[in-house]
Design a protein around this ligand. Structure first.
Ligand code: NAD
Length: 254
């Protein structure tokens, strides 16, 4: 039982943050999960939490920017659970650098991990979704795709690219029953921002920035983001496709 009962769901970046919060919520909602991350130890931690609560999941350790990872993940879904209904493309990285400071290597890495990974996963997942008569794909973008600031060259470009990819898939597969949407989180309390705080010289430096940018006045929790992903994954959003859901505490309105 649950809002995702009998649905087979892939979640990338499930070892930490938004991916982990979503994996736990989706397990509570009855999903059969394939969890993906490059950090196997932390990924097994997520899986253990889910199994302790009686949930069902498999794990795949790999780099989402590689075709072989996407292929292994989709094969696992089909072998273990008989097909595929939902993909949450969420793994991402956020190195900070402006255009002159951003090396070509960093640019390629960010585009590969944040954007190309979604293209690769969709190539593997869509044929399986077509066999089931439909599915739902949710891609994690960011408020940075809408409002950027200096120092996030490759990240902003990758996140804006995700909005375009999402819309193209949505219009191509609407009649085939596959929906594709993105989410744009604002500030969320995850390792990604802990790392940013460290780079800035501590949380004391980051908090005033969050207060100024996010009218909510605090960071969101991963679970608060996961509720939006749940809506897009479930049949409740059956007429929502090609959209971006801003889950950002008011950032894009301010
Ligand atoms: P996080 O660092 O807590 O989690 C990201 C996960 O992705 C990690 O477990 C990491 O190991 C995994 N990962 C990174 N590169 C990978 C790769 N190449 N292959 C496989 N796994 C990989 O970060 P988070 O904040 O939960 O971020 C999740 C998504 O949300 C990212 O796409 C991020 O850009 C986006 N986002 C985060 C925020 C925020 O405030 N935290 C805001 C907007 C968007």
């Amino acid at each position: 039982k649950g809002r995702l009962a009998n649905k087979v769901v892939i979640i990338t970046g499930a070892a930490s943050g938004i991916g982990k919060g979503t994996a736990i919520l989706f397990a509570e909602e009855g999903a059969n999960l394939i969890l993906v991350d490059r950090d196997m130890e932390k990924l097994e931690g997520t899986a253990e939490e889910i199994r302790l609560k009686g949930g069902d999941c498999r794990t795949v350790c790999g780099d989402v920017s590689l075709t072989r990872t996407a292929a292994e993940v989709v094969e696992t879904a089909v072998r273990e659970f008989g097909g595929l209904d939902v993909v949450f493309n969420n793994a991402g990285i956020m190195p900070t650098a402006d255009i002159l400071g951003c090396t070509e290597e960093t640019w390629d890495q960010v585009i590969d991990v944040n954007l190309k990974s979604m293209f690769l996963m969709c190539k593997q997942a869509i044929p399986e979704m077509l066999k089931r008569g439909g599915g739902s794909i949710i891609n994690t973008s960011s408020v940075m795709a809408h409002l950027t600031e200096p120092g996030y060259t490759a990240y902003t470009a990758s996140k804006a690219g995700i909005l375009g990819l999402t819309k193209e898939i949505a219009v191509t597969y609407a009649e085939k029953g596959i929906r594709c949407n993105s989410i744009s989180p604002g500030w969320v309390d995850t390792d990604m921002n802990m790392k940013l705080a460290e780079e800035m010289g501590g949380m004391d430096k980051l908090y005033p920035v969050i207060k100024a940018q996010q009218p909510l006045g605090r960071m969101a929790t991963s679970r608060e983001i996961a509720y939006g992903v749940l809506f897009l994954a479930s049949d409740e959003s059956v007429v929502v496709t090609g959209s971006c859901l801003n889950i950002d505490g008011g950032c894009t309105a301010a």
